[in-house]
Every structure is written in C-alpha cells, then in structure tokens.
Design a binder for this molecule. Structure first.
Ligand SMILES: Nc1ncnc2c1ncn2[C@@H]1O[C@H](COP(=O)(O)OP(=O)(O)OP(=O)(O)O)[C@@H](O)[C@H]1O
Length: 241
C-alpha cells in the first residue's frame, strides 16, 4: 500500500533528512493597538519520520506554531523551510499547492462535511491533485480500508461514531500521500477507548514512515512520541526524556 511519499519513507536515510527547518521565527499579532508576541524566535528542525508532540499551557503559541508548519500563515520574521520551500516567502499560490499536496491536517472537531459520505469527504482531498477518476476511486477506497472503514464508505458523518469520524478525517489527510501529518488535539473529543484506537492508527502511520506533528494536552498521546516539545510563552523547549 502506498499511503506515503518516497520522501517520507521510514528508512534510516529518510529519518536523517530534515523536513522542517525553522530559524529565528517570530510571530506577532496586532491586538487593540499593540502587538501580542505568540512566538519569540523559534529555532528548530524536524526530521522526516519523527512523531513529535507539542504540549504547553493555553496561549503558549501551539496553534500559531502549527499554523506556520501547515503553511496556513506566515511568520512576522524568520524562515520556515518545508523541504526547499520557505513558507515565509512563497507566493499564496505556492502555499496553496503545498497545503493541497504535501500536508495532511487532522483537527479536534473532525471537520467533515456533514452532507457528504465518508467516501466523498475523503475524495475531496484529491480534487486539487488532478488524479484520474479510476485512480481517484482506488485511492479513496485504499485510504478508507487503511483506517478500517471500507464498509462505511457510504455513511455520512452523522451515522458514524466520533472515533469513526476521526478515522475518516485521517483517511482524508493520508489519501493525498502527504509528506507530513499535522494534528491539533486529534483525540480531544474522544473517550479513552476511541482515543487508543486513533493513537494506534497514528502510530501505525508513523511506523510506515509518515512524519507526525501533534498538538496535544493528552499525556497518553505524548508518551508515544519520539520527540516531545513544550511551547511556553512563545519559546520551544525539548522535553523528551
Ligand atoms: N489571530 C490572533 N490575533 C491576536 N492574537 C492572537 C491571535 N492568535 C493567537 N493570538 C495570541 O497569541 C498567543 C498564542 O496563541 P496560540 O493560540 O498560538 O496559543 P495556544 O498555545 O495554541 O493556546 P490554546 O492551547 O489555548 O489553543 C496568545 O497570547 C493569543 O492570544
């Protein structure tokens, strides 16, 4: 099964290759006539194949950090390299392309379209990729099989449990064969048994070489990471033990 790209295979070579390189990243937001600093000058590298978790207090800068990694926003200063692209300086078109092709997103609230079936929700991610119809159908089926939902392809989100909805969201993220999967509290809305299912699925994907970067308050998730980061008052600290 080819769910991930060659750039992110789990070989020792790929594991040693840098996926993200952030240098002196500052992010400020205007707020009531002054500027709030969300990131104070972050320097960090993330290698292909890592499973990184990001923890920290509310307002510490986690969402801001994830938005920059996801090419959803640009830093105020500094560079955010994803492979050979500097997210700070790339055109809006290039960033859109990066998000569509290279980055899978998973959110706490699943963010599925309620009127579409599981198959249609996953298929949407292939829309910008110009995949031929037959291959498109095969890739969607493969992604749904991978998350254990082949039998539920025709179900709408309202007919699925929270854990199953998150599986559909993960299928939607991996169907594009991204270089990295970014997740914001992916287990935040789930009970313990569903959390463990999703965690096992994410770990399996990482075992196949997919780079995972997960913002989480859940220490059970963080315990499985290969590297744990803490973001507090806009700075990153490595807390892997
Ligand atoms: N769009 C915005 N406009 C103004 N200030 C913002 C904006 N987004 C974030 N901030 C501020 O930047 C800082 C970091 O916020 P961020 O959302 O990145 O933290 P967080 O660690 O994700 O918090 P939480 O765990 O509550 O989601 C906070 O002081 C926040 O108020």
């Amino acid at each position: 099964m080819t769910l991930i790209t060659t750039e992110s295979t789990g070989t020792a070579d790929a594991a040693a290759s840098t996926l993200y390189r952030l240098s002196r990243v500052v992010k400020t937001y205007p707020q009531k006539g002054r500027r709030v600093t969300a990131l104070t000058g972050v320097d960090i590298e993330i290698a292909a194949g890592e499973f990184v978790t990001i923890q920290g207090p509310t307002g510490g800068g986690k969402s801001t950090f994830l938005q920059l990694l996801g090419a959803l926003d640009r830093p105020t200063s500094g560079t955010v390299m994803l492979g050979g692209t500097d997210i700070a300086r790339a055109s809006a078109t290039a960033l859109g392309r990066l998000r569509a092709h290279e980055i899978g997103f998973v959110f706490q609230g699943f963010n599925l379209i309620p009127t579409l079936t599981a198959h249609e929700n996953v298929d949407m991610a292939l829309e910008p990729l110009r995949v031929a119809p037959a291959e498109r159908r095969a890739r969607v089926a493969e992604a749904l099989t991978h998350v254990g939902l082949a039998e539920r392809a025709d179900h709408r989100p309202g007919e699925l449990s929270g854990g199953q909805q998150q599986r559909v969201a993960i299928a939607r993220a991996i169907v594009k064969r991204p270089r990295v999967l970014l997740a914001d509290e992916p287990t935040g809305n789930l009970d313990e048994s569903m959390r463990d299912e999703i965690l096992a699925l994410l770990e399996g994907l990482n075992g196949q070489g997919l780079t995972l970067i997960v913002v989480t308050h859940d220490s059970a998730v963080a315990r499985r990471a290969t590297r744990r980061l803490r973001l507090e008052r806009g700075s990153v600290r490595d807390i892997t033990r």
